[in-house]
Design a protein around this ligand. Structure first.
Ligand code: ASP
Length: 584
């Protein structure tokens, strides 16, 4: 770290350096004027070193440092002393540097918020001055972790013989994904490139080229509505392998993730359990179940369809969760839960409950329809113990399972069962190949159109497309999908059948994906792969919800970069050159 400007960084000096003459550079984090002495915390990326300016030895120097405000950049010469008042919280807390020379390298305006972990700056302000936000140790630590994970990934992949290949950012717009970001082409009037939503087709073409183990830490672009865990541009660890089965892909990437957990967090994650998509939906109402806690669904159709309560008699599915120790929930708390399930995002029409009181009796919201024995039987079917609260939803099967899944997560949070540092991983496998869309009245690919059906289900592609299972898999950590992939179709005819199942005419398929199907005619090997959301992986390792804190320059919730003020209008001359007419 020694340069012409400094001998050490601000995180380097220890007791063993006492007596040394040093030169340090950095930002003034804070200064304390105690009359006879002025103490300054000098900060850089590596830490903080305490500087002492002594009035008795050099009054002029003391006068100069007192004039400088926070965030000025200075260079000092001085001598390392042992501190009488040690600070065990700082790695450099045993020493201080008595300053003999001060040079101001640059002055700073008073920053719009304090550059400390506990800052007074709100979100928007910190985004506008992100370069200052990145000076804060906690934000910097996130970026350092991201860097370490990236290096570990590259080394690990390289050891396994994976080759990093860059794929282009100016590509062709493809239907079937999210919305594309497009870029007008000046040289091809009226035509547009699209920014890649993922390098999916390109990495498959690399397999045709024989690059049988590919990876890339790559930026992807999707013009979707934003949420806390989404950004319009984000980074994937994108991978593809040839001559592999699903088993090969799963074991390779289970190895990678285990390696990252061991290296970064010192945790042995052990073999990942596997769950089929069907099991996940039936037990957790989600294709990314949070298995840090149990509360699995119990179907109550058999016990509650007794011809006594029309709502339940007519329901396609009745399901329950037993919430441990929540029998004492108050009226108000139960009303809150009812409001929760009735929110449009959850969409249930109401909530029923059975309190399994500690004295062995039951109190329920459906007491007037059922005998005490029937209520007891329902609680038993929900596998509730004395002290538990059984929460029941009913309605159309899939919709109700999803709603109960959200209620389950809410109860997990309320009970403190979702500790972000308790990592529970699993693979969800055997996704359906296709998903029916009511609005569009057609099937869509659940993963993407290049995913292969399970060979045993392939024959159903025309007769019962909804029943075909895919060779597709997701890795889930703590209820978050961190990665997903599939074994691909590598045969032109099967790819054509898939496009037909998606409602493409042969001409449309040829127009959109002719390049890929053409390549399949030149000896495409069997292949498959996976992509991980790298930002998301970083946020999980950091125990945080939002990926924004792990991206150096993220966009805000409206997709804006408030620091650069992007997006913005462009000059008329630029528009003219692109032959783009805007109507205001
Ligand atoms: N390209 C896919 C995605 O972005 C991942 C994969 O199938 O490898 O979700």
């Amino acid at each position: 770290m020694k340069t012409a400007y400094r001998t050490h960084t601000n995180g380097a000096l220890r007791l063993t350096d006492v007596g040394a003459a040093v030169t340090l550079c950095g930002w003034i984090q804070r200064s304390r004027d105690l009359g006879g002495m002025t103490f300054v915390d000098l900060r850089d990326r590596y830490g903080i070193t305490q500087l002492v300016f002594n009035m008795e030895t050099d009054a002029a120097l003391c006068g100069r440092i007192r004039e400088l405000g926070r965030e000025c950049v200075i260079q000092v010469d001085g001598k390392v002393l042992e501190r009488s008042n040690k600070n065990p919280k700082l790695p450099t807390g045993d020493i201080e540097v008595e300053v003999t020379r001060l040079e101001v390298l640059n002055r700073s305006k008073t920053p719009p918020f304090t550059i400390e972990d506990n800052t007074d700056g709100g979100d928007e302000l910190r985004m506008k001055y992100r370069y200052l936000d990145l000076r804060r140790a906690c934000v910097r630590a996130n970026m350092e972790m991201r860097h370490r994970l990236g290096i570990e990934i590259r080394n690990y992949m390289n050891t396994l013989g994976f080759m990093e290949v860059e794929t282009p950012f100016l590509v062709k717009s493809t239907p079937e994904g999210a919305r594309d970001f497009v870029v007008p082409s000046r040289m091809n009037e009226g035509e547009f490139y699209a920014l890649p939503q993922s390098p999916q087709t390109l990495k498959q073409l690399l397999m045709v080229s024989g690059f049988d183990r590919y990876f890339q830490l790559v930026r992807c672009f999707r013009d979707e509505d934003l949420r806390a865990d989404r950004q319009p541009e984000f980074t994937q660890l994108d991978c593809e392998m040839s001559f592999v089965t699903q088993e090969d892909v799963l074991s390779t990437f289970e190895g990678l993730i285990a390696h990252l957990f061991k290296k970064e967090k010192g945790i042995d994650i052990g073999p990942l359990p596997r769950m089929t998509w069907k099991e996940a939906m039936e037990n957790y109402g989600s294709d990314k179940p949070d298995i840090r806690f149990d509360m699995r669904f119990k179907p109550l159709n058999a016990v509650l369809k007794q011809g006594v309560f029309g709502v339940l008699d007519q329901a396609e599915w009745i399901g329950a969760i037993a919430v441990p120790g929540a029998a004492e929930y108050t009226r108000k708390q139960l009303d809150e839960l009812t409001d929760f399930v009735k929110r449009p995002q959850v969409g249930a029409s109401g909530l029923m409950y059975i309190k399994c009181l500690p004295d062995g009796t039951f109190k329920s919201s459906i007491d007037k329809y059922y005998t005490p024995e029937q209520i007891q039987a329902a609680a038993a079917a929900a596998e509730a113990k004395a002290g538990d609260l059984v929460l029941i939803l009913c309605g159309a099967t899939r919709k109700t399972q999803v709603a109960l899944g959200q209620l389950r997560l809410e109860m997990g949070s309320r009970l403190g069962l979702r500790d972000p540092q308790n990592y529970k991983l699993l693979w969800v496998v055997d996704f359906p190949l296709l998903e029916w869309d009511e609005e569009a009245q057609r099937f869509f690919a659940m993963h993407h159109p290049f995913t292969s059906p399970k060979p045993e289900d392939e024959a159903l592609l025309e007769s019962d497309p909804g029943a075909v299972r895919a060779n597709a898999y997701d890795m889930v950590i703590n209820g978050v999908e961190v990665g997903g992939g599939s074994i691909r179709i590598h045969d032109r005819d099967l790819q054509n059948r898939m496009f037909r199942a998606l409602g493409f005419s042969d001409e449309e398929a040829q127009l959109q994906f002719g390049f890929l199907m053409g390549a399949f005619e030149y000896g495409a090997p069997p292949h498959g792969g996976i992509a991980f959301g790298f930002d998301r992986l970083c946020s999980l390792f950091g125990g945080a919800e939002s990926i924004r804190d792990f991206i150096a320059f993220p966009k805000n919730n409206a997709g804006r970069d408030t620091m650069l003020d992007a997006p913005s209008t462009i000059a008329q001359a630029q528009l003219d050159e692109l032959k783009i007419k805007t109507v205001k």
